[in-house]
Design a protein around this ligand. Structure first.
Ligand SMILES: *[C@@H]1O[C@H](CO)[C@@H](O)[C@H](O)[C@H]1NC(C)=O
Ligand SMILES: *[C@@H]1O[C@H](CO)[C@@H](O)[C@H](O)[C@H]1NC(C)=O
Length: 358
């Protein structure tokens, strides 16, 4: 009798424990805000910088001038250039953090001024599919969804997962590349049922309205949006506080980098902002009046190496198995994770002369 009694108590206790544990996990999940990791940010910013480079051979073999340092050992799986729309992205697998990295390039410096003016004055919104009342910026949405970029990226992620299993996926980018990274993170979560998606963006513009932002932050909570001092781009398209239903808004979580002090005593501060996305004490507390602050994040150059055009450079004879060029001139360089990088490097090295493709 006593034995059964104790047994019952034990089982009840077990049940209670399991139940409350489950509930706790659930509440923790709904109030989840991304944790900022400074070390991780300084690594990821280097990918966001490298994707701007125009020498595809160096990028593909990860030998470019911005490819060393903290990104050593990165194995690129796919490099895609949408020549028509001047877009570029790559997918690969990193050692630290052990993850699939998807990086998107931003707008070319040559057209940055026009691009910024357009963000002030010309906004065209479309409905985000299957999400009532969620409106997004048409240009950013189509740059990811309606170009060569999306199918190439999704295909490469699938190949990477086949080989490396279920490692985390990190989408990142600077400027418009950040906007595309956010759409990619959402796409992977909603349409590919990926569970472990992180997004980190640098100097990203606003991409949607309040309804979109609250859906986004529920679906892709592991998002960090870094802003730098007076960088103008995170202030665009403008936030109209007297039109809270209609205005563009940012999703969380912002991390605002700024300097305090005077003269030789300047300190760098990294302010981790609240869960609103529009923390009034972060980037919103200053006027966005600097393009210079847009072009350097964590001391890393975020511009193109060849700001005059969208031209790309590539060796004349890329191994045919890994290169596709479609009828509109868009490029996809890809390889299987299994093939050795070393082999590809030598093949490239044997072809001395680089040609300008575009
Ligand atoms: C932050 O990121 C770095 C680089 O991936 C990692 O080594 C470190 O463990 C992370 N720290 C925390 C607290 O997660
Ligand atoms: C996507 O591209 C196609 C063909 O270029 C075009 O007809 C269509 O309207 C575009 N969709 C959006 C949402 O822009």
């Amino acid at each position: 009798m006593g034995k059964t009694w104790w047994c019952l108590i034990f089982v009840t206790w077990l049940c209670l424990f399991a139940f409350s544990d489950g509930r706790e996990l659930k509440t923790r999940h709904t109030s989840h805000l991304a944790q900022y990791n400074h070390t991780l940010a300084t690594i990821l910013v280097e990918y966001a910088s490298a994707v701007y480079l125009s020498d595809l051979t160096q990028l593909f073999t990860w030998t470019c001038s911005r490819c060393g340092d903290l990104t050593k050992g990165f194995e690129i799986i796919e490099l895609v250039v949408d020549v028509e729309h001047c877009l570029q992205a790559f997918v690969g697998v990193a050692d630290d953090p052990r993850a699939i990295i998807i990086a998107f390039r931003g707008t070319n410096e040559h057209s940055l001024q026009n691009w910024i003016e357009d963000l002030y004055w010309k906004q065209h919104e479309i409905n985000y599919p299957d999400m009532d009342d969620a409106m997004v910026h048409r240009g950013f949405y189509t740059a990811y969804h309606n170009t060569t970029i999306r199918p190439a990226v999704l295909g490469a992620v699938e190949r990477a997962k086949k080989f490396y299993g279920d490692i985390p996926i990190i989408a990142l980018g600077h400027s418009m590349g950040g906007a595309m990274a956010a759409f990619c993170g959402l796409d992977l979560t909603v349409n590919k049922q990926e569970k472990n998606v992180q997004v980190m963006t640098f100097g990203q513009p606003r991409i949607g309205n309040g309804v979109f932002v609250s859906l986004y932050s529920k679906l892709v909570p592991n998002t960090i949006r870094v802003t730098n001092d007076h960088d103008i781009v995170p202030h665009l398209p403008p936030y109209y506080y007297y039109l809270p239903q209609k205005t563009y808004q940012h999703f969380p979580r912002e991390v605002w980098l700024y300097n305090i002090g005077l003269g030789s005593l300047v300190y760098r501060v990294e302010k981790i902002c609240d869960g609103s996305g529009e923390d009034p004490s972060c980037s919103r507390s200053v006027s966005g009046n600097s393009i210079t602050d847009h072009l350097v994040y964590y001391g890393v150059d975020m511009g193109s190496d060849d700001p005059q055009s969208c031209r790309i450079v590539m060796n004349s004879d890329v191994p045919s198995t890994s290169s596709i060029r479609d009828s509109r001139g868009n490029f996809i360089l890809s390889r299987n994770p299994t093939s050795s990088l070393l082999k590809l490097s030598t093949e490239f090295d044997n072809k001395e002369k680089a040609v300008n493709v575009y």
